[in-house]
Design a protein around this ligand. Sequence first.
Ligand SMILES: *Cc1c(COP(=O)(O)O)cnc(C)c1O
Length: 459
Amino acid sequence: MAKKIPTRLYLSEDEIPKFWYNLRADMKEKPDPILHPGTLQAATAADLEAVFCKEPVKQELNDTDRLIPIPAGIQEFYTAYRPAPLVRAYFLEKALGTPAEIYYKHEGTNTSGSHKLNSAAAQAFYAKEEGLTSLTTETGAGQWGSAMAMAAAFYGIKLTVYMVKVSSEQKPYRKSLMETYGASLIPSPSDTTEAGRKILEQDPNTGGSLGCAISEAVETAVKTDKCRYVLGSVLNHVLLHQSIIGQEAKAALDKFNVKPDIIIGCAGGGSNLGGIIAPFMGEKLAGKSDTRFIAVEPASCPSFTRGRYAYDFGDTAKTTPLIKMQTLGNGFIPSANHAGGLRYHGMNSVLSKLYHDGFLEARAEVQTDVFDAAVQFAKIEGILPAPESSHAIKAAIDEALECKRTGEKKVILFGLTGTGYFDMSAYMAYNAKTMSDHIPTDEELARGFATIPDIPQNA
Ligand SMILES: *Cc1c(COP(=O)(O)O)cnc(C)c1O
């Protein structure tokens, strides 16, 4: 007889995965290589090591090893907050009156409040091992900066965070959280870099942007001795670290012989989505399952559903290597009114390839619908979700309601990537009914597409 499935499908501490799963090893069709922006040849480890730490660079370029051991020093840190709970959403199922089974993997139980700590820990550990003394990074909404500050404090490495100026003004508590963990916070653009000074000269009152903060953080890393730059999404090594989400979820579900029919994740740069789907997508690529995978993005920044599949820069200053990805163009400026950290013009290359090849679906949701779902979830399941995570909640609810209509008893798994305690200004706007939806016009998108580099590979 089948065991009754508990509300929380816990794993024990020694069941935390000891390996990350590298989905690229199981892709027959690999994503196109990262290109050096000068030579337009495949970027080498030496090219990337000027900016990034050595071990993550190896992981970035590795599309052959399936399982990559998690070093003991990272496993140790993971025990501080993992395994993350996998929850059966019995309350939500009942409230919706759906025959579907709904599960969510809750990555918001650590102090930084999101899944980003999984990669922050790995990147800080490798930096320390390599003998570096400091790191730089940027943060927009603040979750990545918070996660890096925690990891840098644990491994004893200095951290400078360029925080988009408007965010540092709107989110003073995020700023103090990072400072409490010992990070140096610099509102971007700043006068500490050439990139920042140049932007300030053009527009002294600018609120900054993620692209500009990236340029400042990279410049400082390159100019400082024993210092490198770390990034919290988009790149393949970040997805690799996040595969722990999917592996834990799969291990917990396997104990009860539960096989998801639909897996849903919100998509900014793609790291949580790439992480939660990894082992399940591996089975699908091997022909062993027929799971559907759904990426949910904001309608204000629709890199999957309205983007182009092309080589593009990762930053607005056009300094990074070129990545073949779903992109709105490096010059695309998403509407500032959309809450949360899904405002990035591009998308991870593995996910872009899977989307292009028909293995991954995508949909875009407007902000007020997403917050309707967030508040519904908060009241029913008791957890205040991050605005980003609520995109996945919205799609999970819609799929569960579709099951109600058809009578199908599907199994739905989604990623609850974080909590929304530092996003109260967005909830305030929602409650006050001042929140608005922005869907870019075709003309707005065309301005972004015009910034995609005109290189032979894009012809
Ligand atoms: C950063 C963030 C995201 C989006 O980033 P991905 O790399 O696409 O996963 C989603 N949810 C939360 C809570 C975040 O902090």
